[in-house]
Design a protein around this ligand. Structure first.
Ligand code: CMX
Length: 137
């Protein structure tokens, strides 16, 4: 049902400090940077193998990621799996009794289509499925 791991989302206090680690010291090329107003984050994508690390900085304290940072501090926020057809996968997940946060897709970075599964259904791990935009990966 799910393809490869597309990315892991990591919440950070400071993007430049995090880039200094992931891009400079761990040699992961930075490939994309985007403010996603609708989700209250600035995101930086770095390549690693077939997937990515997605650094997430909240746009403010009242955003979901801002509240996460306040409560838990920086760290692993979500795991995202690539899928070919997100509408079909959402139907399959519903059929399998998985509790979905998003019954309809939202727009993720690089114009991808994304949806989140409820961590109660996934042993506490916030899980995203992502259908990359045409030509994206
Ligand atoms: N880990 C574990 N549990 C989490 C969590 C996390 N990172 N984030 C949220 N939850 C839990 C909440 O505690 C809540 O639990 P309860 O229902 O038991 O109270 C539940 O998940 C739902 O969370 P919520 O914030 O109440 O629900 P919303 O529908 O308002 O928002 C979500 C859900 C996941 C979209 C939001 O919390 C969030 O993280 N938004 C940012 C998404 C993001 O990272 N976007 C980046 C770009 C996207 C991309 O392209 O990858």
């Amino acid at each position: 049902m799910l393809g490869r791991i597309d990315h892991i989302g990591v919440v950070v206090n400071n993007l430049d400090d995090a880039i200094a680690l992931y891009a400079d010291r761990l040699a992961m090329p930075e490939v994309h940077r985007e403010v996603v107003d609708s989700q209250g984050v600035e995101a930086v994508l770095l390549d690693v193998g077939d997937g990515h690390v997605e650094l997430l900085k909240p746009l403010g304290p009242d955003t979901p990621v801002g509240k996460f940072l306040e409560k838990k501090g920086p760290g692993l926020h979500h795991v995202a799996y690539a899928v070919d057809d997100i509408d079909a996968t959402l139907d399959q997940l519903k059929g399998a009794g998985i509790h979905l946060i998003d019954k309809k897709t939202r727009t993720g970075i690089r114009n991808s289509r994304i949806a989140f599964l409820h961590p109660k259904s996934t042993h506490g791990v916030l899980t995203e499925i992502v259908e990359p935009a045409e030509g994206g990966h």
